[in-house]
Design a protein around this ligand. Structure first.
Ligand SMILES: [Zn+2]
Length: 198
C-alpha cells in the first residue's frame, strides 16, 4: 500500500564537478525530501530521502548507494539536465519512502471481554464444550454475503456480534445506543428476491 505523492518543489543544479537534484513532495500527510548529489567522485555522490518530523527536523528514511546509479549517469558538466538524469533515482527513493510511510493495516485488537463473549457465542451455539473449525470457504462466504462484522460492547456488559446492519445504520453509528432504522437488508445468495420483499 502506498500513499498519494504530491510534488511541492524541485531544484536542479549543475556545475563542472557536480550536479544535484532535490524534490520536496507530500506523501500522504508527510513532507518528504529526496536529494541526489552526483559528484565527479563516486565517494562524494549521495542519494537519500528524508522526512520532516514534528520538530521540523529532517530525518533519514532511506538511501540508495551511489554504486547502483553513479556508473549509469553522465560525468558532471554544466550541460547536464540533472532533473532528467537523476529523476529515476528520485522516483525509486520516493516509491520506497511512500511504502515506508504508508499506514500499517490496522489490526483490531479484541478485549478480553469480547473474547469472553466469543466464548459465550460458541457455547450458546454448540454447548459449553463447543468446538468448531471455521474453514477458508466459511470465511469467504461470510465476507461475501451479509454486512461487515460489527462488534458492539454495550455499557451494561453485553456484546453484540452482527452482520445484519449496513455501515450507515444508526445502530452501528451510535455503537448500539440507537435502534436500527429497518433499512438494513442484505440480499441472501439463495434468495435474490428477498431484498425486494417479493
Ligand atoms: Zn440496521
Amino acid at each position: 500500500m502506498t500513499a498519494v505523492i504530491t510534488q511541492l518543489d524541485q531544484t536542479a543544479d549543475a556545475t563542472t564537478t557536480c550536479y544535484s537534484y532535490t524534490r520536496i513532495v507530500q506523501v500522504g500527510e508527510h513532507i518528504v525530501s529526496v536529494a541526489i548529489d552526483r559528484d565527479a567522485c563516486i565517494d562524494r555522490s549521495l542519494a537519500y530521502v528524508q522526512l520532516i518530523d514534528d520538530q521540523t527536523r529532517w530525518k533519514l528514511l532511506d538511501d540508495e548507494p551511489a554504486t547502483t546509479w553513479w556508473d549509469t549517469t553522465p560525468t558532471p558538466s554544466t550541460h547536464v539536465d540533472a532533473a532528467a538524469v537523476l529523476g529515476p533515482v528520485a522516483n525509486e527513493l520516493l516509491r520506497r519512502a511512500s511504502t515506508i510511510l504508508a499506514p500499517a493495516p490496522t489490526t483490531p485488537t479484541l478485549s478480553p471481554h469480547v473474547l469472553d463473549a466469543v466464548s459465550a457465542l460458541l457455547a450458546t451455539m454448540y454447548g459449553d464444550n463447543g468446538d468448531r473449525r471455521i474453514t477458508p470457504d466459511d470465511i469467504a462466504w461470510a465476507t461475501t454475503y451479509g454486512g461487515r462484522l460489527h462488534v458492539i460492547e454495550h455499557d451494561e456488559g453485553s456484546v453484540t456480534f452482527t452482520k445484519a446492519h449496513r455501515e450507515q445504520c444508526p445502530f452501528i453509528t451510535s455503537s448500539g445506543k440507537q435502534d436500527c432504522d429497518d433499512d438494513c437488508d442484505f440480499e441472501h445468495p439463495a434468495d435474490p428476491q428477498r431484498r425486494h420483499g417479493q
